[in-house]
Design a protein around this ligand. Sequence first.
Ligand code: GLC
Length: 431
Amino acid sequence: MADTRWFQEARFGMFIHWGLYAVPAKGEWYASIDKVPAAQYEKYFHAFDPVDYNPRLWAHMAKEAGMKYAVLTAKHHEGFCLFDSAYTDYKSTNTPAGRDLVREYADAFRAEGIRVGLYYSLVDWHHPDYPAYEDPFHPERGALSRRDEHCSFDRYLDYMHAQVKELCTNYGKIDLFWFDFSYDDYCGEGWRAEELTKMVRTLQPDILINSRLEASGGSLGSLLSDAPTDWAGDFATPEQVIPPAPLFTPAGTPVCWEACQTMNNSFGYTRCDLFFKSSRTCIHQLVECVSKGGNYLLNVGPDAKGSFPPESVCILTEIAGWMRRNADSIYGCGLSPLSVSAFGCRVTAKGRTLYLHVMEQPVGPLALSGISPDQIKAARLLSTGAEIEVLKSGWAVQNYPDTTFLSLAAQANETMPLPDEKDTVIMLELF
Ligand code: GLC
């Protein structure tokens, strides 16, 4: 297993789902869900012309939002490659785009000091040797034209391995490889996963690999056991859910994990999905992940021209504002050593410092359980350094001697609007 320290320090990354599916604009599963015949899908290949693609702008937005790494879909399930692979013609250089989009992405993000990750779909709905007829997801599942197919899955695996090799060879240092996904017999050694893992780690000795050579969004793989396989990867990938509690193996070893989430309800650009979360919700999700010892990979689905949706830009900009003031409560933080709780709060921690994330307006002073006033050396607002009073007495709190109260207002018994309605962070330095 690799050294996951930078990853666990980073805590926050950007997922980017981009491919031909941005043209029909119905999400990256559109071909499968609507059983779109290959000939019909082909027209998106000829229409893919992302004239506004400027990965330096993407990288800048990610950087401002405080994201420390990014993961771009070099190939999604549709099989289309955003890179100039020697093994297929189904690639961006042969579309009106005419460019190696992965190369430009890697260069731009690296230049901003953001670590570079690549997503690569194990599933492939375009390669002729990927079985279609019996597959549960392939767009041509059950199609008569595919009934007598003679696929050589080994030939597909050679192709897939060769492409992974290209990605690990031709694009400089790759910090993270994100495979997707395993199901039924298409799992573990079904992908020749041991050989694949070895190759990736040989070509990129410091790389981190996710768990999906044997897992999916809905399964976490043998990383959750005390005897992980050689291809279990370095971190588990819960999807569209945040684990209810920190993840441990049965023997109690903490498991490294990253929750990937969408800003609306779709990974790939979806024209009619305007159900975007607020930046406040995204910040709360980030904090929730960190408070449980995990990472947060927040997705953007650029449109067919290569622009981030305006709603995503707005979310990123607002997160940027919050992160500028409060990033110390995220980077390098994890589970709290004390189980402190308070109404509407989550706690992240780094060493002897606790960060109390106040997400709901308290009435009067904020009651903390699990900690006594004598354990607190100092309490301050993280954003300004202003002292927050730890109440030892006062008529409103005197009946609760076992509870620690923090006064957010000028007077102990007053209520004051939270300085940051998204998440007000109070830093508690412990003795
Ligand atoms: C999946 C999906 C998908 C998405 C992803 C992200 O399981 O198939 O479209 O790319 O995982 O986690």
